[in-house]
Design a protein around this ligand. Sequence first.
Ligand code: ATP
Ligand code: MG
Length: 397
Amino acid sequence: MRLRPVLVVHYHEISLKRGNRPLFLRHLRRNVERALADTGPAAIEQLSGRVLVDLEDHPAPEAARDRAARVFGVASVTLAYRTPSTLDAMKALLDRLLEGRSFASFRITARRAFKTYPMSSVDLNRALGAFVLARVPTRVDLEHAEQVIHVEVLPAETYISLDRVEGPGGLPVGSSGTVAALLSGGIDSPVAAWRLMKRGCRVLFVHFHSVPYLPATSQAKARALVETLTHWQYASRLHLVPFGEIQREVVLSVPPPLRVVVYRRLMLRIAQELARRAGALALATGESLGQVASQTLENIACIDEAAILPVLRPLIGMDKLEITTTAQRIGTFETSIEPDADCCTLFTPRHPATRTTLDEIRAVEAGLDLERFVAAGADGAALETFAFPAAGAAAIS
Ligand code: ATP
Ligand code: MG
C-alpha cells in the first residue's frame, strides 16, 4: 500500500480578525513554501481555514512537518494520510499507520465535513476503535488518551492522522512590515529580533563594530546569530557598520560618563538611515528596563530622542532570566555568551552616567559633525545576506 501523506497546517483564526486576512495568508503560504523548499516536492494549496501541503512524492514527510511547525503564524501541523472514504480503505490505512506503534490508551476522533456520509461520527469511532483494539494491546480512554487518532471525512476522501505538533503561533514573517534591529553580540538583542519576527516583522540587522580598535569577534558573533535567526525568516540582511573611527572622534570632545548615551544615539541615527534606505518602518533594540546603567528611563528617553522612527523594545518588561530562557530555546544563547569585547566598552568608563539629561547631551553633540558620522556609518556599512534553507532561497524580498 502506497502512503499518501499530506500536511494540514492550521492557524489561529483570531489573528485574522484584523481585516488583513489575504496578506496574512499570502505570507503564511509563501513562508511554508520556503521552509520546505529543500526538503522535497511539496504542493501547497489554500483551503478554507487551513493550508494543505501535498507530500505525495516527498521523501521525508516527518522532516517536512517539523519544518512547517516552525513557521510563525502556524498554530499546529498535522501529518495526515489520504484514503478513499470507505470503511475498508480506512482500516487498511490504519493498519499500516499502526505498524510499530504502541500506546497504553487511545481515542478515535472522527469528524465528517459532509453530513451525508452514510456512517455517523459515533459509528465511525466505534468501528475504527474496535479495529485498533483488535490490533494493538491498548484500551480506550476518551479523556486522557495517550494516542489520539484523528479521522476527517471530506467529500472526496478521508484523512487519518496520528500526530499533531504545535506551531509557534504569532504572525507570518513579512505580514507586519520591516524593522531594523540593532544587533550586538549579546544575549538580548537576538531575542528582541526573534520576538518581532514572531509578530510578523521582517528584520533587517544592523551591527556596529570597532575594528581595528577591537578584534573582529563581534562581527563573527553577529553573523552566527543572524544565521540562526534566519531559520525563522528564511532570508536576512546584515549591515556591519564600522563604528571605531566615529568613537575615536567622539572621545575627543565627549566626557566619559556621557559616551555610552552618545554612542547609542549615533547608532540609532545610523540604523535609521539604513532603515530609511530599506523601507523599514521602525527600529528595535534589546533594551530591558533597569538592566544596565544605560537602560534607565532617563537614558532611554535621551536615546529615543535621537530617532524619528519608533524604537521598539520588545524586551523592556522582561527579566534577564526570561530573556535567557528564550535565547536558549531559540538557539542563540551559546553564540551570545562567547567572549567578546562590545564596541560600547571602547573608550567608555565602567560607570556611565545613569541620569543623562537631553540638555547635557545636546551640549556635547553640538561639537560633533553628526551628519558626517551618519553618512560615514551608513555608506561604510558592509552588507551580507543569509538564506535558510541554503539552497533555492537566495532571493531576498
Ligand atoms: P545585548 O544583550 O543585546 O547586547 P545589553 O543588555 O548588553 O544588550 P546594552 O549594551 O545597553 O545592553 O545595549 C542595548 C541595546 O543596544 C542592545 O540590545 C542592542 O540592541 C544595541 N546595541 C548595543 N551594542 C550594539 C552593537 N555593537 N551593535 C548593534 N547594536 C548594539
Ligand atoms: Mg551588550
